[in-house]
Ligand binder design. Structure first.
Ligand SMILES: [Zn+2]
Ligand SMILES: [Zn+2]
Length: 356
């Protein structure tokens, strides 16, 4: 339990947003800063996003694992202290945090698996405290370095809302010139459109009922943006793809209507990727036509540390521009206003960040 502190000034306490799942209260409190274990680091948080999965727990759609905890899992900052066995990181390093860390005792971890192979990864803001706080103590393996050219605020957006769609593209084995459809243009879908463009997908068809989200997708590389509520939508997609249909359909909504629509326009040997779908999204009876056409349905949740490295690389080389992805940066004290803006979709925000 030794910490080689940055300057020996790791404070005893810090400000953190605490969510009490019994009372439903979200409040700023003074809590202890946990000293790093031998293979852990302490990161001073520069900013942390407010994600829909935070809102799922705060609004009671998902039962939290911990009764009282600090939310927030899309964070970046600067290393201020490292455990005695940590050699990869040193105080002063700029880093983005992966939400998952290895459990340390599953079969994969016992053979040195690390967070990308762990069978039971522990998630920030689910199994342990998150980053709506001044400091986070986490595993040294859960960090990716951020070059000086990338602002830390933008790095927070790479964690989760860019790395998850990047991982979904990996799952889909997307190739150049493949026709892609993206259902749902929130943070993940909007970034998926950008990344599909980088990968050479063509055409890219973006679908969302909100005109502002469709307009944004056109600005980020979609060839066509459609309202899925339009009765003609499937025949439009057939027409745009010259009658072939889609090679890859990404469903980021996960309800029977989007799944059904995506399946209907999937070409022979097409792949349908359900991103972060909940288990109840598949209806019985959909499988038969999928099998007949050699089509593949796969699920995709979250991202691996290697995906986070990939999007940092794309951004550093100027391939990926997420300038417009931060809708607002609020001080930690205004957490309730930030949660309200994300919950009520004020101007369809991509990310609202909290700054300690
Ligand atoms: Zn998230
Ligand atoms: Zn494990």
């Amino acid at each position: 339990m030794t910490a080689t502190g940055a300057d020996g000034r790791l404070p005893a306490t810090m400000r953190a947003v605490r969510f009490d799942s019994v009372t439903g209260d979200l409040s700023l409190q003074e809590v202890p800063v946990r000293a790093p274990d031998v293979d852990e680091v302490v990161v001073k948080i520069a900013a942390c996003g407010i994600c829909n999965s935070d809102l799922d727990r705060i609004d009671g759609r998902v039962t939290p694992v911990l009764p009282v905890f600090t939310p927030g899992h899309e964070a970046a900052g600067v290393v201020v202290a490292v455990g005695e066995r940590v050699s990869l990181w040193a105080p002063g390093d700029r880093v983005v945090l992966a939400a998952g860390r290895e459990c340390g005792h599953c079969a994969e971890c016992r053979v040195g698996g690390g967070p990308d192979d762990c069978a039971d990864p522990h998630l920030m803001a689910v199994h342990c405290d998150g980053a709506w706080a001044e400091y986070v103590t986490t595993s040294a393996t859960a960090l990716v370095g951020v070059p000086d050219s990338i602002p830390l605020e933008q790095a927070t957006v790479l964690s989760g809302s860019v790395s998850t769609p990047y991982g979904a593209i990996d799952t889909a084995r997307l190739r150049p010139a493949e026709a892609v459809g993206v259902w749902g243009l929130g943070a993940l879908g909007t970034h998926l459109v950008q990344l599909a463009r980088i990968c050479g997908a063509s055409p890219i068809i973006a679908l969302d009922p909100r005109p502002v989200a469709r307009e944004r997708a056109l600005g980020r590389g979609a060839d066509v943006a459609l309202d899925p509520a339009n009765r003609q939508v499937t025949s439009y997609i057939k027409e745009i793809t010259k009658g072939r249909g889609l090679d890859v359909a990404f469903d980021l909504v996960g309800c029977p209507s989007t799944f059904g629509q995506a399946r209907e326009v999937l070409r022979k040997r097409g792949r349908l990727v359900m991103v972060s779908a909940s288990p109840d999204t598949q209806e019985v009876g959909r499988e038969l036509p999928l099998a007949r056409n050699d089509q593949i349905v796969v699920g995709h949740t979250g991202y691996r540390v290697t995906h986070l490295e990939g999007v940092v690389e794309l951004m550093e080389r100027g391939r990926l521009d997420i300038d417009g992805s931060i809708s607002a940066i609020l001080p930690l004290e205004q957490v309730i206003e930030g949660v309200r803006r994300m919950r009520e979709h004020d101007d369809a925000p991509i990310r609202v960040l909290l700054r300690p």
